[in-house]
Each structure stands twice: as C-alpha cells, then as structure tokens.
Design a protein around this ligand. Structure first.
Ligand SMILES: Cc1ncc(COP(=O)(O)O)c(C=O)c1O
Length: 442
C-alpha cells in the first residue's frame, strides 16, 4: 500500500484496539481536543465526557497544572533509565503514594499500564512465596466477569470470555470465583447490594479442592468495572480478605479504575475497610495524561525480597518506562489537584444525587438494570433483535453523532463514570442525554 493508492481508506493502517474497526472506519468518531468535562470534535462540537475517557481523567481534561508539569518535565528530563538509575521525583511519588495507601502498603513498583501492573502483582506474589520457601504456591484465583487487562496474567485471572477464547491455554493453574451479579436478586440496587455477600464462601470450596497451601493469590476488582460496573455485595470483600488472610494467601486488589476518588475515597480499600497485600493502580493516578501504573506492596513482601548479594537486583522484573519522568510529573501534579480540589470529598458528596439521576432512567425503554456506586454506574439495556452488543453499539454511536455525549459501552451495558469535577448541572445534562440515547437506540 502507498499513501497515494486511490481508494485506500486513510483510516485503514491503524488497527484500533478493542474497536469494531470496519464499522468505525465507515463512520468514524473522532476526537481532536478536550477541555474540562468535554471532548471537542474536528468539526467543533463539544461532547460531554460521561466516562472520564476510559475511567482515567478523574480531575477533568486539560488541567493546567498537569499540562505545566508535563511540559516542564519534558524540557528538563525527557527520559531517565529506570534500571540501576533513577530520578528524584520517582522517590517523591512513591513516598506520597505509600503515605496515601492504607496499612503497611509502603512500597511501590511502577509500570505504565494496568495490564503491566497486574502481571507485576502476580509475579510478585509468586516470587514472595518462593522467597519464603513456599514455592509450591503457584495457583491463582480470579473471578468471572473480572477484567485485569490484556497480558497473559490478566486474561488468565480475568473472566471475560471474549478476551480469553482466542488465546489458547494462557496461564494454567487458575480458578475463578462466580460473579456476584444476579439480576433477579439485585436489580436496581443503589450502591453495594444486600444480596450476594455469602458468595465469598465459594472461595473456601476452591481452596479445599486444591489445598490452600498451593494458592498464591486471589485477584479481584473491588467493583468489577469494565464488564459493566458490578459493585460488591455488602460484606463480600471483607470476607474474601478474612479467608485469604487465614490461609496465607495474598489478596491482590485491582484498583486500576477504583483508585483516586471514583468511590469517594483515595482507594476502594478505604471504602471497604480492608488492607490488601498488593494493590494495583493506573489511569487516575496521572489523570490519564501520560501512562503510569504501579503496584503498592506491603512492607513484608518487599522485605522478603531484600536478600541475596547486594550488587545484584533482588527482583528480575521491570519496564523501560517504569517511573517515566513525564508520567511521574503528571502524577505528582494530579495528586496535588486531588488534595487541593478535595476530589474524594466531591465524589462522596455527589454519590447520592448521581445515583438518583441514574435511577431516574429506570422507566426508559428496555432498561433492565441500573447499578450506581460512587461516581460510577452500569446501565443494562435489553439487547436488540437477539444480537449481543448491537443495541449498545447503536447507543454509543447515536450518543456521539446525535446527542453530543461520550459514553463507554460493554456489550449492551452503558458505563457512566464522569470526571469527579462534574457539577450538578453536568450530571443532569449527562442524565438527559443518556435518556434520549436510550430511547433512540430502543
Ligand atoms: C481493573 C482493571 N485492571 C486492569 C486494566 C488494564 O489497564 P490497561 O488498559 O492500562 O492495561 C483495566 C483497564 O480498564 C482495568 O479496568
């Protein structure tokens, strides 16, 4: 192909991720700028961002302090080797994150994406057990409908069939807890559903099957996000923490979406009063402006690795872009913003009005369930003509083209997770635009 070939769609070379490429290239949804609560299209339309991009722009788009921090870092230190060398801001950020994290989650391993963070956490679980002489602990337990990114570790503990089926056996030695979602018992619950806490006991059944001494870790999202926002039933996460702790099994809490205010706290762990052993974060940490992710690690896990000859790395793992200077600068500025704008408190204050606005969509055509928690909500739409995902796709298209609304879909579920800087008027606008979109796609 050459650029001048007649008839070649200029959009063709870019193989878009998690995208219906052929449909997109026939009728593209382009975004060329962003500011505050809005995306701006090439033809100048302002589109309200109902999902903070992909749950990452929690402080709103184009925050001047974040832009300035990235610009300054780019001019001062474009890149610093992450192996055997470091730059001072990386330590500053690690210290600030450790101070924010609950319990003795005192150490941070940096990466760039959520997928890398999960694979890192899984590797740390294995190396920790091995360092302690329990190298037989190699099995992991994930959950149906869980999403932990697209690395082989993440898809293996993840429970989204379409993300797994083309990729062979992936990692062996993995079991899955059942999803906690049962529409018949929980539909239209606000926040954590009353029903379903007892499903945590299923973990004991899986442990008995393999013997707990063979299990390395349980990997779980506090709120299952990408599958369509499934809040944990009351008591569920607390019980999972109790069972894992009782058997020396690590709990990896995947907070890639939930960290940094989405649930009205810095971490979901704070909302549920639990301290995991390893906690992943990404997205909101740098407001989505430069990719940054990481794993917060309990002190004992770090300490267990600090053995062997002092001139050799204690852990043979890391990324070229771990603690990249631009990403770290973006994150430091983002943490300042969270503090100065009181974003956790803002999200907490908005939780009830947001839930009420979302629930007011209940009588729109074909709405099967609405699940608000924090500043996040899944809305299930009845599929159209028996074709999974068709209605959801149409809703997303119409939202962009006809109603100036950006909303993320998962199959026939719309996931709403607005920036935490949204005003009451922004949330009301999102609600009204969702209403016309749902009607238009019915
Ligand atoms: C809970 C969770 N874990 C991991 C990931 C993967 O993150 P990334 O796309 O940055 O690899 C995501 C992405 O949405 C996520 O929601």
């Amino acid at each position: 192909m050459t650029a001048n070939d007649p008839g070649v769609n200029a959009l063709e070379p870019y193989w878009m991720p998690f995208t219906a490429n052929r449909a997109f290239k026939q009728r593209p949804r382009m975004i060329s700028a962003a500011q505050g609560m809005h995306y701006i299209t090439p033809d100048g339309r302002q589109i309200i961002d109902a999902t903070s991009g992909l749950y990452c722009v929690n402080a709103g788009h184009g925050q001047p302090a974040v832009v300035a921090a990235i610009t300054e870092a780019a001019g001062r230190l474009d890149y610093s080797p992450s192996f055997q060398f470091a730059h001072p801001q990386a330590f500053e950020l690690a210290g600030r994150l450790a101070a924010l994290a609950p319990g003795d989650l005192d150490h941070v391993f940096f990466a760039s994406s959520g997928s890398e963070a999960i694979d890192t956490a899984m590797k740390l679980a294995l190396s920790y057990h091995r360092a302690r002489g329990e190298g037989q602990r190699t099995r992991f337990i994930g959950r149906e409908r869980g999403y932990h990114g697209v690395g082989f570790g993440g898809i293996s503990v993840g429970g989204i069939p379409a993300n797994r089926k083309m990729y062979g056996a992936a990692l062996g030695g993995i079991d899955h807890l059942a999803t906690t979602y049962d529409r018949a018992r929980q539909a239209f619950s606000t926040g954590e559903p009353e029903w379903g806490g007892e499903l945590a006991e299923e973990l004991n059944r899986i442990l008995a099957l393999h013997d707990p001494s063979n299990i390395a870790a349980v990997v779980i999202e506090p709120v299952a996000g990408s599958t369509g926002c499934i809040p944990p039933p009351k008591g569920y996460l607390e019980r999972i923490r109790e069972i894992t702790a009782a058997h020396g099994i690590l709990l990896i809490l995947d907070e890639v979406i939930t960290a940094f205010g989405r649930l009205g706290h810095t971490f979901a762990a704070d909302r549920y009063g639990i301290v995991p052993d390893l906690m992943t974060f990404a997205k909101g940490v740098s407001n989505g402006a430069v990719p940054l992710s990481g794993v917060l690690v309990r002190k004992g896990i770090y300490d267990a690795h600090m053995v062997g000859p002092e001139h050799l790395p204690e852990l043979f793992h890391g990324y070229t872009y771990s603690a990249h200077p631009l990403a770290v600068a973006a994150a430091l500025a983002t943490l300042d913003l969270h503090r100065d704008l009181g974003l956790n408190g803002r999200a907490a204050d908005l939780e009830t009005p947001f839930a009420e606005l979302m629930m007011s969509l209940r009588d729109e055509p074909g709405v099967l369930d609405i699940r608000p928690v924090g500043l996040m909500c899944g809305i299930d739409l009845a599929p159209k003509g028996g074709a999974f995902g068709k209605r959801g796709y149409e809703a997303m298209e119409r939202a962009y083209h006809d109603h100036d609304l950006y909303v993320r879909i998962a199959g026939d579920t719309m996931v709403i997770a607005p920036p935490l800087v949204a005003t009451g008027a922004d949330l009301a606008e999102i609600r009204d635009k969702l209403a016309v979109t749902i009607r238009a796609s019915a």
